[in-house]
Every structure is written in structure tokens, then in C-alpha cells.
Design a protein around this ligand. Structure first.
Ligand code: HEC
Ligand code: HEC
Length: 266
């Protein structure tokens, strides 16, 4: 039954062994760690070229906007991010590789967007940024860009373990009218075609990612929502606990891959 659905989505009938031979000879350099490959290695050469050149990568405009916001005092306290965190290249060097993190005060996981908003509301007495707003995309893209090249290294043990389990369960859970899980596409079928796209491993190391289709960067939660909608499943809310736990699990799947924000994909 599920094969029928995969066929309906246009996932090409290629055997796993044949994929193995196709890719066996390739050297993906820093974009591969053990058996894990960045979405970069599945992208078309032209798309890779846009990501490689900072002057051509359109998402660098968002990085620039984020750097301006970083210096801008806002809110009742009259402070900017830079007032406390100074040079982002130092203070945010590991941040992008380590989120989502467990927040003891909240008793749950917190992703980068939520940590930034905590600083805005508590430390600056400023309004939180809206998810997917130009400001939030600019700030998250800027902050995560500071971690470029660092190995993805979310903590998953100790107090994080129960949240990790939930993220993992979400990833493996079939859902939607097409009754498919994330794993069905990104675990079992990476390297196969789904309609016009080659399925990647669904890694998160390049987020926020500039999609040529969106003509702007988008958060990982926007991507999750798109993938959920494609299988006609109910998308969860931006910043929902379900998606933050899923984000944790997906980040762990890509452990060791370098942060490459802002990535470019089609
Ligand atoms: C008044 C001081 C102050 C201001 C202003 C401030 N922060 Fe923070 N921020 C903190 C403190 C304190 C922490 C917690 C430090 C820790 O956990 O080591 C923190 C933590 C963070 C973290 C988590 C870092 C990590 O690696 O875990 C991020 C990201 C962050 N802030 C971003 C921002 C951004 C973006 C702004 C501006 C919109 C901002 N902060 C404004 C004080 C501030
Ligand atoms: C029907 C197949 C399908 C399912 C199921 C699916 N996706 Fe995707 N997903 C895609 C396609 C197609 C793309 C774009 C090409 C690619 O990178 O695989 C994509 C892209 C992604 C990307 C971006 C990868 C990058 O390098 O930018 C992430 C992350 C992702 N998916 C996560 C998920 C998660 C998490 C789930 C489960 C909630 C999921 N996907 C379910 C088809 C699917």
C-alpha cells in the first residue's frame, strides 16, 4: 500500500544497491561525516555554486540585516544584543551547532528562535520577534552563520533524553493521508527521486535555508510544515513543542556535519 503512495509521489523505482554503486566513488569532503551527508551533496551543481559564493548567495542579505539588528538598542532596558554578547563571532561561535538546548527554567527544550525571544522579552524588555518575520529570519540566520563550519553537536542525554525520545518517535511515526513518516522519505529513500527533487537525508545543518522556490530564507519549522503538508498531514505550529523536539532529533541525525547557514536549496 505504501509503495503505491510512494509511486504516487513519483519516487523512482531504484534499488538501494544501485544507489550505493552510483555514489560509492564520490568524495563529499567536509559535507559528509561517516554515513551522513549534508543536503548540499544532493543539490544541483548550480545550486551549490550559489551557496558557495557569498556575493551570489541571496541569503547573505539577511545575515547583513541580522548584524544591524544585533547592534540596535531596543526595549525598555535600552540595550542591544551586542551590549551583553559583544562580538557575535566569539559569543555565538558554538550556539548554532548546539541548539535546541534544554532550558531548566522552562523544563523543556528551547530552539534558537525561542532563546532569542527570551533575551528580547526578559533581558531587553522588548517585543518578541514573530516567527518567520524578516527580523527573526535575519537574526537567526546571522547568529547561526557565526557557527559555520562547527560540527553539529546537540546534547541528547541526561535531562534531554525524554525530549529526544519524543522527537525520534515523531520522526518515525507515519501520518497524513499518505501514511508516511519522515524516515520513509529521508531515511529509506535518500538518493531517490520524489517528483522533480532528489530526496536528501533531510538534514538541518544549513538552516535557516534559502529556498529558490520561496525566494527567501525559511526556518526549519517552515520546512517541517511543508513536508507534513506534502503527505497531507496536519502541520504543527511554528515553535510548537512537537517541532522543537523533532528539530532536536533531526539535529542529532546530522551530528558532526558542519553548520552551513545560510544554505541554498531548490
Ligand atoms: C542584558 C543582557 C542581554 C541582552 C541585551 C541579550 N542577551 Fe542573550 N543572553 C544573555 C544571558 C545572560 C544569556 C545566558 C548566558 C548563558 O546561558 O551562558 C543569554 C543567552 C543567549 C543565547 C544562547 C547562547 C548559547 O550558546 O546558549 C543567545 C542565542 C542569545 N542570548 C541571543 C541574544 C540576542 C540575539 C539578543 C538581542 C536580540 C540578546 N541575546 C540580548 C543576556 C543578554
Ligand atoms: C514524501 C516524502 C517526504 C516526507 C515524508 C518528508 N519529507 Fe522532508 N523533504 C522532502 C523533499 C522532496 C525535500 C526537498 C529535497 C530534499 O532535500 O530531500 C525535503 C526536504 C527536507 C529538509 C531540508 C533538507 C535540506 O538540506 O535543506 C528537511 C530538514 C526535511 N525535509 C525534514 C523532514 C522531516 C522532519 C519530515 C517528517 C516530519 C519530512 N521531511 C518528511 C520530502 C519528504
Amino acid at each position: 500500500m505504501r509503495n503505491l503512495y510512494i509511486a504516487a509521489l513519483g519516487v523512482a523505482a531504484m534499488t538501494v544497491t544501485s544507489i550505493g554503486t552510483v555514489f560509492a566513488a564520490e568524495d563529499y569532503g567536509k559535507y559528509q561525516v561517516e554515513d551522513r551527508r549534508s543536503g548540499y551533496t544532493y543539490a544541483a551543481k548550480e545550486t551549490q555554486a550559489i551557496q558557495d559564493d557569498n556575493f551570489e548567495n541571496p541569503a547573505m542579505l539577511w545575515v547583513d540585516d541580522g548584524s544591524v539588528l544585533w547592534e540596535q538598542a531596543e526595549g525598555e532596558v535600552g540595550k542591544a544584543c551586542a551590549s551583553c554578547h559583544e562580538d557575535a563571532a566569539d559569543s555565538m561561535k558554538m550556539t548554532g551547532a548546539e541548539y535546541p538546548k534544554h532550558n531548566p527554567k522552562l523544563g523543556k527544550m528551547q530552539n534558537l528562535e525561542q532563546r532569542i525571544n527570551q533575551c528580547r522579552t526578559e533581558n531587553m524588555k522588548a517585543k518578541p520577534f514573530k516567527y518567520e518575520s524578516a527580523e527573526m529570519l535575519g537574526m537567526t540566520t546571522f547568529v547561526r552563520h557565526q557557527s559555520n563550519g562547527q560540527a553539529m553537536s546537540v546534547k541528547v542525554d541526561g535531562e534531554v533524553a525524554p525530549f529526544f525520545k519524543k522527537g525520534e518517535a515523531f520522526y518515525n511515526q507515519r501520518r497524513g493521508q499518505l501514511d508516511m513518516s519522515c524516515k520513509n522519505c529521508h531515511g529509506d529513500n535518500s538518493g531517490n527521486m520524489a517528483r522533480a527533487n532528489m530526496l536528501s537525508e533531510g538534514q538541518s545543518n544549513g538552516f535557516p535555508t534559502y529556498r529558490l522556490k520561496w525566494q527567501k530564507p525559511g526556518s526549519i519549522h517552515r520546512r517541517f510544515r511543508g513536508c507534513n503538508k506534502n503527505i497531507r498531514a496536519k502541520p504543527f505550529g511554528y515553535g510548537s513543542e512537537e517541532y522543537v523536539n523533532l528539530e532536536l532529533y533531526v539535529a542529532w541525525r546530522g551530528r558532526g556535519l558542519p553548520v552551513e547557514t545560510p544554505a541554498v536549496r531548490n
